[in-house]
Structures are given as C-alpha cells and as structure tokens.
Design a protein around this ligand. Structure first.
Ligand SMILES: Cc1ncc(COP(=O)(O)O)c(C=O)c1O
Length: 405
C-alpha cells in the first residue's frame, strides 16, 4: 500500500536542538510588521543596513577576480595568496603562523562548524561562555555533544572566572570556546585572563577555540591574537571579513591552527572535512588578500563610530528605571538587564517591546542566559540620533512593563 500523501515527512531529531534566536525571532517581527508597525531591527550584527560601507578596494578585488576568470573551484583550504595574507597578518601581529595552517572558510561560522566537527565526538563536552554566541550551542546540538556553560556576569563586567572554568573540566571536555572581544556583551578580557585561559588549556590538553571576529573592533585599537601569549598552546583562531571589513554577505573568513605539533592531526582532520565542501566562495577569497595587505584606514572611523554609539547606549540604558547595562569596550553589542517582575521571562519582555514599539532585540536566553535574569541584546549600529529615539521608546515601555503586577 502506498503511504498517504498527507503524512508529513519526518525530520531528523538533531534539528530540534539547533536553535539560533538571532534569526528565529525575526518571524515574530514579520508578523508585527504585517500589522503596519515599523520594525527597528536591532537583532542582527550586520553593519551594512546601517550605512557602513565595505572598503572600495575590497569590492574592486572581488570584481577584478570575477572579470579575470577566478570563477572556478579553488583548492579546499583556499587560494594561496589569501592563506599567505592571513598567515602574514598573524605573523605581523606577533604570532608566527605558516600558510599551510590556515584554511579559508565561508565566514568564521564555517570554521567553527569544521573545528567542532573535527574535535568533538557525540557525548563529549565543550566549555562555552554564558551568554554565548549561539552558533556554538547550535552546532554542538547538531553533533550530539554537550555545551557546558561557564559564567560571565554583569557584576564582573561580563568577565569569566578562570578557576570556575577549570572546575568544569571533565574527562569528556574537548575544547574551550573563548569569544574575545565578546558577542553578545561587548566585553574585552584582560591579558592576564587570556594568558591564564591559554595556560589552562595547554596544561589540561584541551583545545582553545579563539573567536577573534571582533579583534579589530575594540574601541582603543586592535586586540592582538590571543595565541601570541602562548605560541605553543593548542589554539584554533577564527575570524572573517564580516565585521571589521564590513562584508558579512560575502561569507569570507578563515581559521588558523596554532603552530604546536600537537595539533597536526587536527589540522589534517580539518582539511579532510574541508575537502567535502569543496571551497569557500572564490572571488571573495581575493578580497581577503586585499583586506589584509591593503589600506585599513576605514577601521579608525569605524571604531570611533562604534565608541560613540556605545557611549549613547550605556548612558541612555542606565538612565532607564529598573535597567542596567555594562559599558561595552568593543564591537556593536550591549547586554542590558531589567529587573523582571517574578514569573516573567526575558523573551516575554522582548516580545512585548517588539509588539508595543517595533524595536526588535534578542532575549538573553537566546544566548544561553537564564530567562528570569531579564537580559537582552541590543545591536547599536543605528545612527546615534535614531538610537536615542529608540531608547526613548524603550524607557517608556520598560517603566510600564516593570510596573505590571
Ligand atoms: C562571535 C561571533 N563569531 C562568529 C560569527 C560569525 O561570523 P561570520 O559572518 O564570519 O560567519 C559572529 C557573527 O555575528 C559572531 O558574532
């Protein structure tokens, strides 16, 4: 007998654990938008819709690559000039790296997916910050591994506690994720913390996954790669053109595997996995070379613009009754906290804010925070005057919401 055509095709169990709140919440915003409300999208960290421009010499490099016929597949780890540019950039920043330890990826995202897939077996554990960038927990769910959260707390300026992290290591721990500068908090960790984390990873034989996507967007100037503090430590670093080079849609990123020969097997595994996906978009790989060997003066104005927006954000959010917000020192995120009435969740707050004002933020529980703690993430890329207007609306709404029984 033929099965009924009305029977839904089942999906694999692993999809259930794969959540990415930053995009999932947009479905709710679309419904509100359909009722005629103007939505202010403060949910996604993309500088382009807010008027920031990709440096023209990067656009030219991509155009030229296409015109010159670089439209075929590349070797899976990437074109030689881009790998050389990444390695030379690390070396110039104080971390000797060779091009054969660099893999060009479709954004840092693909590097993260490849690294977790290469390192972690089902049932293994990976230490992940709380709050975290949610791709880590999503990929871990997909590969049937466990995220073990280590705290970073607003009362400590969203800094991690190295002793607490070490106490969470078990025989199943395979890696430690460090996002510095941090999304979603905008925190930058002091050198002493970074050094202690590396020393611990080395001593305990776990790989440190260093997410350095925002390294050039610290307001006081670039943060050196974490690996310079312990060149022999087992570290894999991720970055991309998405944020500092204002080209997130190009999906141009890279990973660099530390020079320690303890990682040679991992490097081989990464290349083996990379073979299966052929290569990352080739014309955009040419922009990596242009970005890392060419003019970077746009970073000066970008950092200044972000610092200004961060200041407006911190000042205005802290002036709202019942709300507090740690001042970010990098990137374009803040994670304020509201004192929720008992029984309310961060998601209820964020959805009510959306429905009442059209302002779309992402609830902290989408980044792994406990829902009752009342945290949410603000992306502050809009011009300061628009931000000010948004924070006016947020103030009125929050006082009303918190006043509710
Ligand atoms: C901490 C962090 N890591 C990785 C990514 C992914 O970036 P990409 O566009 O390079 O894949 C993001 C994007 O927001 C991020 O915030």
């Amino acid at each position: 007998m033929r099965p009924s055509t009305s029977t839904a095709i089942p999906v694999a169990d692993r999809v259930a654990g794969f959540t990415y709140a930053i995009r999932n919440i947009v479905a709710e915003a679309r419904k509100v938008e359909a009722t005629g409300v103007k939505i202010r999208y403060l949910n996604i960290g993309d500088p382009v819709p807010f008027g920031f421009r990709t440096p023209p010499h990067l656009v030219e490099a991509v155009e030229r690559a296409m015109r010159d016929g670089h439209n075929g597949y590349a070797p899976s780890p990437g074109i030689v000039s881009a790998r050389e540019a990444v390695a030379a950039d690390f070396t110039a920043r104080g971390l000797k790296t060779s091009p054969d330890r660099v893999i060009i990826t479709s954004g840092a995202s693909e590097g993260i997916d490849l690294a977790l897939s290469a390192l972690v077996n089902p049932g293994d554990e990976v230490l992940v910050p709380m709050p975290t960038y949610p791709l880590y927990t999503a990929v871990l769910a997909k590969i049937a591994a466990h995220a073990v959260f280590y705290g970073t707390h607003p009362a400590r300026g969203w800094q991690p506690d190295v002793a607490e992290i070490e106490s969470l290591i078990s025989p199943k721990t395979r890696a430690l994720v460090v996002i510095d500068p941090n999304n979603p908090t905008g925190a930058v960790y002091p050198t002493s913390t970074r050094r202690a984390l590396l020393e611990m990873a080395e001593r305990r034989g776990i790989v440190l996954l260093a997410d350095e996507v925002y390294g050039d967007l610290a307001y006081d100037g670039p943060i050196p790669p974490m690996g310079i503090l312990a060149p022999e430590a087992p570290i894999i670093s991720f970055s991309s053109l998405s944020k500092a080079y204002v080209a997130p849609g190009w999906r141009a990123g890279w990973l660099a595997v530390g020079m320690s020969d303890r990682l040679d097997g991992v490097l081989a595994a990464l290349k083996k996995l990379a073979d299966g996906r052929l290569c990352s978009p080739v014309p955009m790989q040419h922009a990596i070379t242009a970005a890392l060997t060419g003019d970077r003066s746009h970073l000066i104005s970008l950092r200044a613009a972000l610092r200004e927006r961060a200041e407006v954000t911190t000042r205005r959010l802290n002036a709202i009754r019942g709300m507090s917000s740690v001042a970010p020192t990098a990137a374009f995120y803040a994670m304020p906290q509201v004192k929720l009435p008992p029984g309310k969740t961060d998601e209820q707050y964020v959805l009510a804010l959306l429905r009442k004002t059209g302002v779309l933020c992402v609830h902290g529980s989408g980044f792994g925070m406990p829902p009752e703690e009342g945290t949410f993430r603000v992306v502050f890329l809009a011009p300061p005057a628009e931000l000010s207007d948004i924070y006016d609306q947020m103030a009125v709404f929050t006082e009303e919401f918190l006043g509710q029984p």
